[in-house]
Design a protein around this ligand. Structure first.
Ligand SMILES: *Cc1c(COP(=O)(O)O)cnc(C)c1O
Length: 346
């Protein structure tokens, strides 16, 4: 009889809510539809793709265009099938079986998930009530546990908080561990280390097209690191990881980069409106609205369950973490609806 590996026996699947809600603000997707010009450019590019052939294993054009937009030399960039693919790959490839991954929780739940699949031990630094990261505590934990990789999101999903550049540099330069810095939400803030990634011998930055660009369905992300680390990443990734349709569509979109600038502005405006309106709610016992440098807001409350259910009643799905809610910024009228529900329930 076949017995499962021990590490797989107690795993629970990542189960996004698949129920139908008219307004979905639970996954931090962009609330903007692609502008017609970009949408049409993508459709035209897709029509020309030959599916008989394998895609470009280096996703050269996509990496060049992405690098041009962010001011990063494409030799430091590797494309991937969503940053999720890269997360799984890095945890799998850059850690030996007996080595530890350090995370700072609460953070993106997939970090722990991929560590479990790989069978590496996780050490977690717990954030306090204020959800802030203490860089010195992180450095100390790395030292004490000998963890070989630190993986965290900045700005953080689900706390919506950011750690400034100086603090992140401090962590990177104070440890020999590999730092994997997930900048999935950095388009909404201005503290990226993208332009100096290649200066560090222990830094890999992850970026995604799933958030600000409104291309979550394409499954495209990037790893940015110095030559040595990039060489390894390219060696260990599966050769044809980014499919031809995704490459063609992304290249077409990146040739009209203005749509990204516009999206950043519109989403940040919506996020600010949502934040400022929620700020009007009288702070009560157990209610906290966290600062945000992402496309979502995080609120702590003793009444999350009630608010969550009432939002669902109104056709709005957000993400309930039990002691706090994570709400993606939406269209103005959606934000107003959320504020009025929270006013009554929280
Ligand atoms: C959304 C998100 C990602 C993006 O994942 P993709 O696989 O690129 O869609 C990565 N990290 C964090 C923290 C996220 O919230």
């Amino acid at each position: 009889m076949y017995t499962l590996p021990e590490k797989l026996k107690n795993m629970t699947p990542y189960e996004p809510n698949m129920e139908n809600y008219p307004i979905r603000l639970d996954a931090n997707e962009s609330f903007l539809d692609l502008v017609p010009k970009v949408h049409n450019a993508i459709l035209q590019a897709l029509a020309k793709v030959s599916l008989r052939r394998y895609p470009d294993p280096t996703a050269k054009e996509v990496c060049e265009l992405y690098g041009a937009y962010y001011g990063v030399d494409p030799r430091y960039i590797t494309a991937c099938n969503g940053s999720d693919e890269m997360l799984a790959l890095l945890v799998n490839a850059f850690l030996e079986k007996d080595e530890k991954l350090c995370v700072i929780e609460p953070d993106f739940s997939m970090y722990r998930f991929y560590a479990e699949v790989t069978g590496v031990e996780v050490v977690a630094v717990q954030k306090g009530e204020d959800f802030r990261i203490d860089p010195d505590e992180v450095v100390q934990t790395l030292r004490q546990t000998g963890a070989r990789m630190l993986l965290f999101s900045n700005p953080c999903n689900p706390t919506s908080l950011g750690l400034n550049r100086e603090a992140v540099r401090h962590i990177i330069t104070s440890t020999d561990a590999l730092v994997v810095l997930d900048e999935a939400y950095m388009d909404f803030w201005d503290q990226s280390l993208l332009n100096e990634a290649a200066q560090y011998d222990n830094l890999i930055i992850l970026r995604t097209c799933s958030k600000v660009m409104g291309l979550a369905g394409l499954r495209l992300g990037f790893a940015v690191a110095n030559d040595r680390l990039t060489g390894i990443i390219r060696t260990v990734k599966s050769p044809y990881n980014v499919n031809a349709l995704t490459q063609a569509a992304a290249a077409a979109a990146f040739k009209i980069p203005k749509f990204i600038d516009v999206a950043i502005q519109l989403i940040n405006e919506s996020r600010n409106d949502l934040y400022l309106n929620l700020k009007q709610i009288q702070p009560s016992r157990g209610f906290t609205l966290f600062e945000t440098c992402t496309n979502f807001v995080t609120v702590r409350s003793n009444y999350c369950a009630r608010a969550f259910e009432e939002l669902k009643e109104q056709g709005i799905l957000v993400r309930n973490f039990g002691s706090f809610l994570r709400i993606t910024a939406g269209l103005p009228e959606q934000n107003l609806k959320i504020v009025s529900v929270l006013q009554k329930t929280i």
